[in-house]
Design a protein around this ligand. Structure first.
Ligand code: HEM
Length: 210
């Protein structure tokens, strides 16, 4: 609801770039909440449910991963707010831009991306050699792969003067990473599967005819 109200302010402020950035951050937060809701619907929570915390170091790292990720997203929105997508087709309203040079914003954003990729790659090296369960290992491997593809898209869009369709792919990549970081955090605690969610065995009751 907050995002919807903010959306109205975005329109009334004629696409104020600070509000547009906040709109993007809130929308990604909704993706995080949706991924959490999905996780809660699959596993057993509440009284009596098993909740075994796995390696405390990986749990801490999983939480800390949010810091560079949020900084990465915020610097990304600052890059968009400094960029040319402000309504540059004839007949469109041209929105105000952030007071940064696009190259500087993109530079800060890409340095943050390199730090994030370094962190998840280091995490992968550590977790791969540990006895962590396979879903955690695969989860970090997925984070590394998506962030590498995301970085390649980001670099290509910068070098090709930001074609709009690549920006959309870049947002899809940021969304997948938000889901990946959420899942990695939630899977730090082993939980029981919700009873009844597995497919029941087929019942072969013979037909009784009168
Ligand atoms: C690897 C992790 C990365 C993530 C999670 C990420 C995330 C984001 C996000 C959330 C935005 C804002 C989108 C919007 O507000 O519409 C953005 C914009 C942008 N990113 Fe990244 N990014 C990453 C890497 C990179 C890299 C390595 C570059 C290379 C320079 C890059 C270049 C850009 C550019 C140029 C924009 C502005 C696009 C526009 O004008 O709309 N990104 N990024």
């Amino acid at each position: 609801m907050g995002d919807a109200v903010l959306g109205a302010f975005v329109v009334y402020s004629r696409l104020n770039p600070y509000l547009v950035s906040l709109h993007m951050v809130l929308s990604l937060s909704m993706v995080v909440l949706a991924a959490t809701l999905y996780h809660h619907s699959k596993y057993l929570y509440g009284p009596g449910a098993r909740a075994d915390r796995r390696d405390p170091w990986f749990s801490l790292l999983a939480r800390l991963l949010w810091i560079p990720f949020v900084v990465l997203v915020v610097t990304g929105t600052a890059t968009t707010g400094s960029g040319p997508h402000a309504g540059n087709t004839s007949g469109q309203l041209v929105a105000r831009r952030l007071p940064f040079a696009l190259s500087s914003a993109a530079w800060v954003h890409s340095v943050m991306a390199v730090l994030f990729i370094g962190l998840v790659t280091g995490l992968l090296a550590a977790i791969w050699r540990s006895d962590a369960p396979t879903p955690l290992k695969l989860g970090v491997r997925r984070l590394v792969l998506i962030s590498l593809v995301q970085a390649a898209i980001g670099l290509t869009q910068y070098l090709t003067h930001l074609p709009a369709w690549l920006v959309e792919l870049h947002i899809a990549g940021a969304t997948s990473l938000a889901i990946g970081v959420t899942q990695f955090n939630l899977r730090q605690v082993a939980r029981d599967r919700e009873p009844g969610t597995r497919r029941a065995p087929a019942v072969t009751t013979p037909l009784v005819t009168a």
